[in-house]
Design a protein around this ligand. Sequence first.
Ligand code: PMP
Length: 387
Amino acid sequence: NIYLDNAATTAIDSEVLNVMMPYLYRYYGNPSSNHSLGRKVHEAIETSRRTIADILDVLPEEIFFTSGATEANNWAISSSLEAYRIKHIITSAIEHKSILETFTEHFYKNKIKLSFVNLDRKGNINLNHLEQLLVENPRSLVSLMHVNNEIGNITNIEEVSELAKIYRGIIHSDIVQSLGKFPVQLNSNGVDFAVGSGHKIHGPKGVGFLFARKRTNLHSLLHGGGQERGYRGGTENVASIVGFAKALEIANSNIEKVHKHNQTLKERLISGLKRLDLEEFEFNGESESLSKSVPNILNARFPVLPNNRLLQNILDEQGIHVSSGSACLNLSKGGSHVISALYPKSDGENVRFSFSKYNSLFEIDTAVRAIAKVFKQEKKRFLVKDL
Ligand code: PMP
């Protein structure tokens, strides 16, 4: 198998699995129990919280463990809208669905005004328009992600925060795709709320965090046993929390190495795909750029194959796993809201390739050869050179 869908999820690192195992088997005490086994497990949670907080340069009490980034996004948004009596939201059309759908619900239910910041055709935020929206609507909730999960675009969150603060905005940022890939310093980048997820960084699925800056108002998400300092009741997912912290620790100490590795893979894939010289072929968003997008994501538009055949499916039959966009999206409506927001008129097939430290140049070459073969068979329709 050649797995090129690492923006959807990643393989768990064996080192991560090793630190999780004792908490699935030997240390089974309830972290809230007041005996030594309970206390040991409780200590493991708090050590993990400190590890994550240190890496993000925030306080441990600013980190709340959740079941993932979807939950954390829902929580951050509902909390901030309620606590700050927000009347206006500023976001973009290419945010993750866990953000857009939460906003849509508040828009309909609570009549909160929703504005979308203008994007250029490559998905970059127009800061002048953002400022204009802020001038018209001070004290807005501004929600913009750090790295886009489909096209890899990087947004300068420091700049967004600085601007929003001038107009007394509250800033929320989904940092799922930048966590462990950049040295994200939440203390200095000005955001009030941020969310991360374990399974995008070779950690376990079903665990994430909400960062809520100390002075921000947070409402309790789940009432119950007083866990997570009373904000999210329910016995903690101990093994996954321990695994998440380990995964972030590993990712954080290998940022440069993995960045270079992914960049090499991306450059090889870009040149391999360009050499095919396909008609109507294009890279989506900023994904071709090595500075404006992350090195582990490349999103490309291919010519449509006859008879409704999908390139993604043909590759899958050969054990090459790529995505047509966000995996969460395939479960709901199909197609990508990110690509259709940026390119409403284009009708090619969009494929997202996303890499990790476990991929090799050989795998990239194999994928390019497989794609070349598909289009070679369609020679009459597409110009394929240099196979
Ligand atoms: N935000 C982004 C940018 C993501 O890529 C994802 C995963 N598709 C999520 C949020 C949701 O994370 P989780 O699976 O932990 O709920």
